[in-house]
Ligand binder design. Structure first.
Ligand SMILES: Cc1cc2nc3c(=O)[nH]c(=O)nc-3n(C[C@H](O)[C@H](O)[C@H](O)COP(=O)(O)OP(=O)(O)OC[C@H]3O[C@@H](n4cnc5c(N)ncnc54)[C@H](O)[C@@H]3O)c2cc1C
Length: 645
């Protein structure tokens, strides 16, 4: 059987034309408005309370809509966004170092290896400046310089310092800002908050998204919930690899269920592998820890020049060290984008020059910076990250270089959305990491927080009005046949999972799936490897439905059951990721096909054949997925071989 078939092309019908710097203004002007008195008659469900969902829910409620917010954690404040460390980009040009909206736009399109939409990225760069003002007004304690002005630092893929930060806890501080805005609206009665509720199905009525089926994770009760529109802000799916830097709970269920109901899934194979994570240390681990990219402002990456040199780092003299990023990419040095730095680390380790157990590590060394700036300055900038590293490894990074290795970190793929952030299901909007929209094949550091907050505070609250202006829509309740069917699907699946009563834990399946994905759909992919992975995933999925053991029942708190549902969805997603990676016979950004590389080992794009977004349609599982191509046009940043040399 073919792995996929090709359907009609897809176009972004909402994308405005004309000069790029006027497009967002024009779209906002042309979009319909909802008069304030009518907003309270309209209800919006927002799934997710991370930076994207939290900011969207607060803003929509502030505008006067009735909002129903859902998350699976015990508090909206515990969304995965809280873990973000290094910073958030904005084209403020406070440093007067040549930054501008156009430069941020240019860097992001280039950083994404020319696989994102120009209009979306330009809007993101424009809105970036408002985000900082919004957050400062909320009291987010961004780092400041001695004179009191907001401080910035460098992140990968840029030669200007545009990254605003709050030590190594930027996500936490930003999320507290969004959370307090959300809490204010909860207090005012405009947001109904439903923590510890997991969305397990989307309800589509007459072609429109009208609600969700949720399970109360404490009581096990399953209910159908309705609204005039549904917003998914459910985050990324990096945990399909089992080991990643994501929070353990991150999963694909919300977006995958919507995909099964008709929302196209775009570019699922674009995965970001972050170069600076604490290396895997054994089978006991269930997650990996990021060492923020901000550390590469001062840390220098190196390995011994000689293969198999196992001397302690301090015993390896300067002339016997290879600062390979500075050597290969002198213009950007240690701050090349993540895809480039990850591949370079893999290459030196594959060549037998890696350090630490198994040779799967490179050094990130602060000795020069400590000599130059003093320990206190380094402590002030990165203290919490150094402490985290020491707690995990037992090594003091002020004394010995950190050991780092690439790990799965972020997913650029997600549900396909148009310029209004609406999916292929009318009334279903997708924001933050859950959509595919702005990062192309590789996301630059500090751009996820920017995108999540741009979507939540500024873009969605404008564009969703264009849809809601036609509402309120006809009332639907739990007795509607579509709602009954969606709920029955959820109940049947839970029953099926519990009924297997096998002899293998959910985790053991998840771990094995992750190994297949890392091996064949990770940092390097090949046709043979991907075909093998698809066969292995199918076999393992079959085994899962025969042998998985989910103890307990569905009538109360049951974390094995929660995990089992998520892993079942990961199996289906994993196959689509491999099909997407297999069909894209080029290398671009985080998608590196061994067969397509330049003579010096860089990604080799094929713009003639692959300058498109791959939007996949679900066909029912037994039929091959259908590929719809959205052509990408570049009028302002012309595709070239990306160079950071
Ligand atoms: C360790 C780490 C450090 C990072 N540092 C940075 C950084 O410095 N700068 C940067 O720009 N980016 C950084 N990132 C990336 C960034 O943190 C994320 O991309 C971003 O926070 C995602 O935000 P989000 O709102 O889209 O999703 P999330 O924060 O993941 O929130 C998802 C929400 O959806 C809810 N949810 C999911 N599924 C369901 C369901 N089925 N039912 C109900 N609720 C559901 C969850 O409960 C949660 O509330 C980092 C990522 C990691 C892992």
């Amino acid at each position: 059987m073919d792995l996929f078939t090709e359907g009609d092309p897809i176009a972004d019908a909402r994308a405005p034309q004309g000069p790029i710097e006027t497009r967002w203004d024009r779209r906002r002007f042309e979009a319909k408005l909802v008069n304030p008195a009518n907003r309270r008659k309209l209800t919006v469900i927002v799934v997710g309370t991370g930076l994207a969902g939290g900011s969207a829910a607060a803003t929509l409620a502030e505008q006067g809509y009735r909002v129903r917010s859902y998350c699976y954690q015990d508090s909206p404040r515990r969304a995965h966004s809280i873990a973000a460390q290094g910073g958030i980009n904005a084209a403020k040009n406070y440093r007067n170092d040549g930054d501008s909206v156009h430069r941020l736009f240019y860097d992001t399109v280039k950083g994404g290896d020319f696989r994102s939409r120009e209009s979306n990225v330009h809007r993101l760069a424009e809105v970036s400046v408002n985000i900082i003002d919004q957050c400062v007004a909320q009291g987010v304690p961004f780092a400041r310089e001695y004179g009191g002005l907001l401080d910035t630092r460098s992140f990968g893929g840029a030669q200007v310092q545009r990254t605003f930060y709050a030590r190594g806890q930027t996500g936490q501080q930003l999320l507290l800002g969004a959370y307090q805005a959300l809490e204010r609206q909860i207090g005012l009665g405009n947001v109904e908050m439903n923590a510890r509720h997991e969305m397990l199905e989307l309800i589509v009525v007459d072609g429109r998204a009208r609600g969700i089926v949720v399970r109360d994770l404490v009581t096990g009760e399953i209910t159908s919930e309705f609204a005039d529109a549904v917003v998914l802000a459910s985050g990324g799916y990096g945990n399909v690899f089992y080991l990643s830097t994501n929070a353990k709970g991150c999963n694909v269920t919300a977006t995958w269920r919507a995909h099964r109901r008709g929302a196209y899934f775009a570019n699922p194979c674009y995965t970001q592998i972050h170069p600076t994570c604490i290396p895997v240390s054994g089978d006991h681990q269930s997650k990996l820890t990021l060492m923020s990219e901000s550390l590469r402002n001062d840390g220098r990456v190196w390995v011994p020049k000689a293969k198999g040199d196992d001397r302690a780092p301090k015993d390896i003299p300067e002339e016997e060290r290879d600062y390979y990023l500075e050597r290969i990419y002198p213009s950007f040095g240690n701050l090349v984008p993540r895809d480039i730095a990850s591949r370079a680390a893999k290459n030196v380790c594959d060549a037998g020059r890696g350090v630490g157990p198994g040779g799967l590590g490179v050094y990130l060394d602060f000795a020069d910076a400590i000599d130059r700036l003093g320990r206190k300055a380094i402590e002030a900038k990165y203290g919490n990250l150094f402490e985290m590293y020491e707690r995990i490894t037992g090594e003091d990074p002020y004394e010995v270089p950190m050991r780092i290795y690439p790990a799965v970190h972020y997913t650029m793929g997600g549900l396909w959305v148009d310029y209004d952030l609406q999916s292929t299901i009318p009334g279903l909007f997708v924001i933050g990491e859950a959509n595919f929209s702005d990062h192309g094949a590789n996301r630059l550091g500090a751009s996820a927080l920017m995108q999540g907050l741009a979507d939540g505070y500024f873009v969605l609250p404008n564009t969703i009005a264009n849809y809601l202006a036609a509402g309120p829509f006809e009332r639907v309740d739990a007795s509607h046949p579509e709602a009954v069917a969606a709920r029955r699907d959820v109940e049947d699946r839970i029953r099926r999972l519990l009924a297997v009563d096998g002899d293998r834990t959910v985790d053991s399946f998840h771990r094995e799936l992750g190994q297949i994905m890392w091996e064949h759909c990770g940092m390097e992919r090949s046709e043979a490897g991907l075909r093998k992975a698809i066969d292995e995933i199918r076999a393992l999925r079959e085994e899962f439905w025969k042998r998985v053991r989910v103890p307990g029942d569905g009538d109360g708190l049951n974390q094995s059951l929660e995990k089992a549902g998520r892993v079942a969805d990961f199996f289906e997603l994993a196959e689509l990721m491999c099909v997407d990676a297999l069909h894209r016979e080029e290398s671009c950004g985080g998608h590196f096909r061994a067969e397509h590389q330049t003579p010096d080992g860089e990604a080799q794009r094929d713009d003639d054949r692959f300058a498109y977004v791959a939007a996949w349609e679900y066909t029912g599982g037994d039929e091959p997925a259908v590929l719809h191509k959205e052509d990408l046009k570049f009028e302002y940043v012309h595709p070239t071989q990306r160079s950071y040399k």
